[in-house]
Design a protein. Structure first.
Length: 151
């Protein structure tokens, strides 16, 4: 199955109950919870906690529909994979080139990302691998792919 829209892709990713990240030049917002759901309007998508009486009552994020035209899986050693959303494929490629040219060891971060279910449990004195989450992610990536052009 391929995803033609940001709505379809985000709906599929919410099943992983991973962290949602929205970044801009002023800061970063993280939305976490095992009950995140999505509603769609004509111009906006809202990700919110399903246990809230309405979508505005608890932490939530509004995303303008159609802003993200490209998404790709990003992975780094020792971390959990994420789906990075970019305005277009060129922005994604330029971010990688800028990080290499500037000598920055971490890549330029995407403006919006959804992490897959955590690959590690950090609650103890040492991180513990969660192979079931990694296997679930790998099965999803094998079925759906690693990059998406969205309309």
């Amino acid at each position: 199955m391929s995803f033609d829209s940001d709505l379809q892709l985000i709906e599929s990713l919410l099943e992983f109950q991973g962290t949602i990240i929205l970044r801009n030049e002023f800061g970063t917002m993280e939305l976490r919870g095992d009950d995140l759901t999505l509603k769609s309007g004509e111009q906006w998508l809202t990700i919110y906690h399903s246990r809230a009486r309405n979508s505005e009552r608890m932490s939530h994020v509004h995303l303008r529909r159609g802003v993200f035209g490209f998404a790709e899986i990003l992975e780094r050693d020792g971390g959990t994979a994420q789906m990075a959303f970019w305005k277009n494929e060129s922005d994604a490629r330029n971010a990688g080139e800028l990080s290499m040219e500037s000598g920055i060891t971490s890549p330029i971060k995407p403006p919006f990302a959804i992490f897959f279910a955590a690959f590690y449990d950090w609650s103890g004195p040492e991180k513990r691998e969660l192979p079931e989450n990694r296997a679930r992610y790998e099965a999803w990536a094998k079925e759906h792919g690693r990059s998406f052009r969205l309309h």
